[in-house]
Design a protein around this ligand. Structure first.
Ligand SMILES: Nc1ncnc2c1ncn2[C@@H]1O[C@H](COP(=O)(O)OP(=O)(O)OP(=O)(O)O)[C@@H](O)[C@H]1O
Length: 974
């Protein structure tokens, strides 16, 4: 009994759970960090003299982690040496990752490789020179490192010294890569790290350059101010000389009289110097209005990477400059004041414009990628023509996820960014949502089946001329159901596409990798062609037929390879099945106008094309299928196919119907050679007659020197046209005097040989009654029937090996299987599974010539239609039955047929006669007769010996057995 489980509220809400989980991970992280630090500490403070597993000493423990630390450190050092540091680094790194919730999800997969990284570190350490205080017998990589390195050195074909250098390089490289992986770095993080390192280096270099530049400019300005001071002093001196000639000869600068004067002089001098400096700068620098290079250039994005980095470093450099103390600062302030006075009106304009012109990093980034439409109204064809699919999405993700712009990404002028990324974003490529007009659905061309000349003629009204004679006429097509009334079902492309996708998913669920490349809807089933991924075995998919049917909620699914193609066909039944009618087949050009001798309208292929087979080529047909699968209907359609195409002169039929119901309706049609045979014993007789007929035909053909029935009939036709007769030489007796045989030549009117088709509706019944004889007949017919125009159509509802024996299978290369109950039956008939997946009601697999298997939907013909046709045919007179077919041939010819078939059941052969004679001789000589005695003497089986004894009794050689089973020998002693 089903019961319901009640959904319980969780103990904690999801946010609380998440918070708890986070804290837990942080705790784990902290624990790992602590362990890492502990390992680091115990390694750092490791002393070989400490008591451990390898040394017993009373000395105090020096390891920071005490006795335990010493006990762990000693073996660790011994095994991997400094490789143990790797363990500490691992703990620390993963501890930090857990604490900061960064990449902790990568731990498990990557830690598997941790021992290899530690081992590599040990090997690398062993390649290094140990320090002077290293007291161990092993190197820095421990015993493991030394051993591995020595093994590696034996492999490397160079000297030890070079080998160590080479190996240490290679191992270092491998270690870096593996280390990064084991420590949980992703490729993106590594790239970021490398970029950061590169950036820092470049920044440091740029700062250094700047500082050097600043130093140089400070020195230059110092020198300039000194020069100015000296000039000023010279001027002052000259002025003073002019005012006070006493001092003329005095070259030295007079000392200022008072402190106030001294300060005033200094200020004067500095102002003069500043003015001169400013004037010099004004001359050196071009005017801002003329070419405002300098100011906008500071704000404008530099083109080169170095330039940009310098620009970024500027604020810091400016701060640094602010910190410079002393005279420089004072001088700077003074010069700034002067500058602001001189340049205020000039700088206003460029300063205002600068922010407008400057394309900042921030607003450049999102614009092109997400919001800003493509600037060019018409996208450049080159951009669309050569988009870089993988770059686009990555780029978008990158840009969206990053806070800081990456130098590489913003490199180049802004318009460049609206190249492929823009255009693609503008018109996002639609996801390959299957469209209604999907190319893989291949609707069959609903072309109407080409009508045959006869069908066209029949459809036109014809004048009726009473020709008087009752010449045979094949039945009119109008007796059959008109296909115009048949409901056709059209499957929409959308539905088929949907099914194809569903099927792909189902296959994927079962691990079948592949793609449905085309969908071919037909009247009854739709075939989905699966292009399997390389290496996929077709048998695997075929074995999944039942599961596919179940998963697709279909009645059945047939999976098979498609001959001549690499695809696997998966056939699923349509929701609504379309009826195939016989008239459509018989009216088709393939049937009506084709030159097949014995055409059989088998039905429609899964694509809806008529399939017309030629019985003359088969040359025999075996039909199997479970009860109710449509065998009888198919046999009816085959018979009607022959009746619609061939006159009784061209084709005669022998019908064997042990079920008594199916074929009896045909009784009395002119094509029959005998009444419908319903008795299985008579069926054997009919088959034997057929064999005799075949032998007879062979004789006729060999006399005529033709190879087959067509050749023979051709000759007959010629002879009849010319009014010639055939002569036949027969032996009429022996000459009384000479004893020579006497021959007479007999004139016979040439007669065309009709094709003979033997139809057996249930061969299982015949096999029960006379399996051996049937097999013998079939074997003989199969060997020679094709040339003589005799063909068999045999059906059975028991496709087991006792009915379809090896002999029968070997002689029926053309087989049709309707629905069967299991795979084994399918294999018995066709040699492969698939027939168990058929839908019944005329759905069949047609195996032509022992190899190619085609699925065919058989046409339907009702009993009423058959009756009407039979009635039509009966009007042309009663059939010309051959007497021997059912009554059997006379004794002579029967024994000769049996001899041909190897069925000598009656009468003794020469060998048996000889055996009997020997037995009589033994009995007469030894005067005793018993079955066991004969058995022993002649070394024969019991049955044979008993038969011989009975024969002797019959012939009066011995008496009947008395009450104790003894027989008296009645013949005299030889
Ligand atoms: N081609 C067909 N199209 C539609 N229905 C069909 C077709 N063939 C057979 N059927 C249906 O299947 C039923 C059974 O067919 P049929 O009698 O031929 O089976 P069977 O294999 O001969 O069975 P049994 O061995 O018991 O005689 C028919 O009554 C008919 O309704």
């Amino acid at each position: 009994m089903a019961y319901q489980t009640r959904q319980r509220d969780p103990l904690l809400d999801s946010s609380m759970q998440a918070a708890l989980e986070k804290r837990g991970k942080e705790l784990v992280g902290i624990a790992l960090v602590l362990v890492g630090l502990a390992v680091l500490a115990l390694m750092y403070s490791y002393t070989p003299e400490d008591p451990s597993w390898f040394s017993a000493t009373d000395e105090a423990v020096q390891n920071w982690l005490g006795q335990t630390g010493a006990a762990i450190a000693a073996p660790m050092f011994m095994i991997v040496g400094w490789g143990g540091l790797g363990i500490a680094v691992l703990f620390l790194a993963w501890g930090l990752r857990f604490s900061f919730h960064r990449g902790q999800d990568r731990a498990l997969g990557r830690l598997i490789f941790a021992p290899i990284a530690v081992a590599l570190l040990a090997i690398y350490a062993s390649s290094l020179e140990p320090p002077a205080d290293w007291t161990h017998s092993f190197g820095l990589g421990g015993i493991f490192g030394d051993t591995a390195m020595s093994i590696a050195l034996t492999i490397v074909p160079v000297g030890a010294a070079t080998g160590i250098k080479l190996l240490s390089l290679v191992i270092a490289a491998a270690l870096v890569m593996l280390g990064l992986f084991v420590l949980g770095f992703t490729w993106g993080e590594v790239k970021g790290g490398v970029r950061f390192l590169g950036l820092s280096l470049v920044l440091a270099y740029a700062m250094l350059l700047r500082m050097l530049g600043r130093g140089a400019s400070a020195a230059a300005s110092g020198a300039a101010s000194l020069h100015a001071r000296q000039a000023q002093a010279r001027e002052e001196r000259a002025a003073r000389r002019e005012a006070d000639p006493v001092l003329d000869d005095d070259d030295e600068m007079p000392e200022p009289n008072s402190a106030a004067e001294r300060v005033a002089a200094v200020i004067r001098a500095r102002r003069a110097a500043a003015e001169e400096e400013e004037a010099q700068r004004a001359v050196a620098e071009p005017p801002l209005t003329a070419a405002p290079h300098r100011e906008p250039a500071t704000d404008e994005e530099p083109k080169s990477l170095l330039g940009r980095l310098r620009k970024r470093a500027e604020p810091e450099a400016a701060d640094d400059a602010a910190d410079e103390g002393g005279e420089d600062r004072i001088r700077g302030k003074i010069s700034d004041i002067i500058k602001s006075r001189v340049r205020a009106p000039l700088t206003a304009t460029p300063r205002e414009e600068a922010p407008r012109v400057e394309p900042t990093l921030r607003n450049r980034r999102p614009e092109p990628l997400i919001y800003k439409p493509a600037p060019a109204p018409a996208p450049k064809p080159s951009l669309e023509a050569a988009p870089e699919p993988e770059a686009d999405d990555d780029a978008v993700e990158d840009f969206a996820s990053r806070e800081m712009p990456e130098p590489e990404l913003v490199d180049g002028p802004a318009p460049k960014l609206d190249n492929p990324v823009f255009v693609r974003r503008e018109a996002p490529a639609p996801t390959p949502a299957p469209q209604a007009d999907s190319p893989r659905v291949q609707q069959p061309l609903r072309r109407t089946v080409e009508p045959s000349r006869r069908a066209v003629a029949e459809s036109q009204p014809a004048l009726q001329f009473d020709e008087g004679g009752q010449d045979y006429e094949t039945p009119p097509l109008s007796l059959l159901t008109n296909p115009a009334g048949i409901e056709r079902h059209h499957l929409s492309d959308e539905a088929l596409e949907e099914n194809a996708r569903m099927l792909e998913n189902v296959l994927d669920d079962y691990g079948v990798k592949g793609e449905i490349v085309s969908v071919r809807p037909g009247p009854v089933v739709t075939m989905y062609e699966l292009e399997p991924a390389p290496g996929l075995k077709a048998s695997r998919v075929i074995g999944l037929a039942d599961d596919i049917a179940r998963s697709m909620s279909a009645l059945s699914a047939r999976v098979s390879t498609v001959p001549g193609r690499s695809v696997i066909g998966i056939e699923l039944p349509n929701d609504k099945r379309e009826m195939v009618v016989l008239r459509e087949m018989l009216a088709s050009r393939d049937f009506g106008d084709g030159n097949q001798k014995l055409p059989l309208a088998l039905g429609k292929s899964i694509g809806g094309d008529p399939i017309i087979a030629n019985l003359a080529k088969m040359p025999h047909l075996l039909i199997a299928g479970t009860t109710g699968s449509g065998k009888s209907v198919a046999i009816n359609t085959m018979i009607l196919s022959l009746l619609y195409k061939l006159t009784p002169d061209e084709c005669r039929l022998i019908m064997i119907d042990p079920k008594m119901l199916e074929l009896s309706v045909y009784d009395g049609i002119p094509h029959l050679l005998s009444p419908v045979v319903t008795d299985p014993k008579k069926a054997v007789v009919a088959l034997k007659w057929t064999v005799a007929e075949m032998e007879d035909r062979y004789r006729k053909m060999s006399k005529m020197g033709v190879r087959n029935i067509e050749g023979y009939n051709g000759r007959v036709k010629e002879a009849l046209a010319k009014g010639e007769t055939f002569s036949r030489t027969v032996q009429t007796g022996f000459d009384d005097e000479t004893g020579d045989p006497v021959f007479e030549t007999e004139e016979i009117t040439p007669e065309a040989m009709p094709y003979i088709v033997v139809i057996v509706d249930e061969m299982a019944d015949l096999m029960m009654v006379a399996g051996k004889e049937i097999e013998a007949c079939i074997q003989r017919l199969a060997q020679m029937a094709r040339a003589s125009g005799i063909h068999l159509i045999m059906a059975t509802q028991r496709p087991s090996v006792d009915v379809i024996t090896g002999t029968i299978k070997a002689n029926f290369p053309t087989r049709i299987s309707f629905q069967v109950t299991g795979k084994i039956d399918s294999r018995t008939i066709l040699g492969e599974q698939g027939a168990e997946q058929l839908l019944g009601m005329g759905d069949m697999l047609y195996m032509a010539g022992g190899a190619k298997i085609t699925r065919v939907h058989g046409p339907f013909v009702s009993d009423e239609e058959v009756e009407e046709i039979v009635t039509h045919l009966k009007q042309f007179g009663p059939p010309d039955y051959k007497s021997g077919v059912v009554e059997g041939p006379d004794e002579d010819s029967e024994s000769s047929i049996d001899a041909v078939l190897g069925l000598n059941t009656g009468g003794n052969s020469d060998t048996e006669d000889a055996l009997y004679d020997t037995a009589v001789h033994i009995v007469a000589k030894d005067r005793k007769c018993s079955t066991s005695y004969i058995q022993r003497k002649l070394a024969i089986g019991y049955n044979k010996a008993a038969r011989l004894v009975e024969q002797m009794e019959d012939e009066g050689v011995v008496s009947p057995a008395n009450h104790v089973g003894k027989r008296e020998v009645l013949v005299p002693e030889p």
